[in-house]
Ligand binder design. Sequence first.
Ligand SMILES: C[S@@+](CC[C@H](N)C(=O)[O-])C[C@H]1O[C@@H](n2cnc3c(N)ncnc32)[C@H](O)[C@@H]1O
Length: 384
Amino acid sequence: MRSIAYRFTADEPHMRTGIGIRRDKAIRVSGGEGVAHYGPYVPLPAGTYRATFRFRRDAPCRGNAVIDVCADSGSRRLAERPVDGEGIAADGMAASIEFSCPDTMANVEVRLASPGGFTAEIEALEISGELADGSAPRVQAADLPSVPIENTVSRGRNLYDGYRRGVGLQFTDLAQKIVRDPDYREARELAGTRTIVGELNLCNMFMIIKFYLPRLAPGHIVEFGSYMGGGAIFMAALARKFLPECRVFGFDTFAGMPQTDSRVDHHQAGSFSGVDLAELRHFVEESGLRNLEFVQGDFAETAAPTLRLIGAVSFCHIDCDIRSAIELAYDTTKPHMVAGGYWIFDDPMVADCLGAAEAMEDLLIRRDRLNSEQVYPHYVFRQP
Ligand SMILES: C[S@@+](CC[C@H](N)C(=O)[O-])C[C@H]1O[C@@H](n2cnc3c(N)ncnc32)[C@H](O)[C@@H]1O
């Protein structure tokens, strides 16, 4: 029987808080009313699990709270239990909850809510468990919904393709089928907690890599903004299967954001730091992903020389949040993009990435006069 074990620490973006304050690698909850923790939004295959909050031993823990586990954006509750300071102390400053997933669940979260009066410092959340046996069928192109749209290229993109993927993910059970697909699962489990890319975004990337890239001239996959490397690992695991000649390149400083522009960017220099690139490269080596390379440094120094060396690109995942980086990524990659190549922008619809939206509006829409092929769950453009 296969097992899964995730550990998230309070300084990671997977662990989110409503009423807490992040300090000294902990989420400090000081008696307010509301959600002290939510996240991490991970997919869990069918199986039985235990989620455990770890609290700081040297911080007081008092009052009552409720832990629950939910899927589907909070609409499906899998388990719930009350906890209190005394019980947490008796369990070695930990509080656990057991739950099971009857089927693969996308975006599972474990919440800790306080009615008021709960005081503690959350250090980590662990989720571990055993997967149920059984494998699901592989997703085929015919599983994407049929749409009443002409299957033709217009203004450089094919809305038939964009509608099938986007409508499938937003209005049908396509995502549920994809997250159960054995190839998706293998890639997703390798990426594990190393990615903060949303599950539906990964589902869309899966479809493009499996069904659409093989129709184009050969090219490599590049990602601008790789952070802990999980998005690039996910794509490399799929490329290994579906695109044997394709290599994946993940660009990042691996030391956090460079200087940002406070007129447009919400993110600040240094955010997303703390990546251990040597450990990441070792993990990639151990996983046998020979088609994946990480390129360290500011895009301004690394992108142009690397792209000149590697040649054609057919898929560019731009996930770097700030205006200057998105401009650099797009303009430097553009001369290398094959006809029909895919541009994916992870950020423009994210509330704290308006600099990313501005770069996309100025460069792709206003200057290059492109129209998008897909807007949900992220923006997709095609190279004309
Ligand atoms: C949202 S994170 C990427 C998430 C990642 N794709 C994943 O799978 O979780 C954004 C990353 O962009 C990187 N970044 C932003 N601007 C950059 C630049 N000019 N050069 C190099 N890296 C940059 C940051 O260091 C950060 O790690």
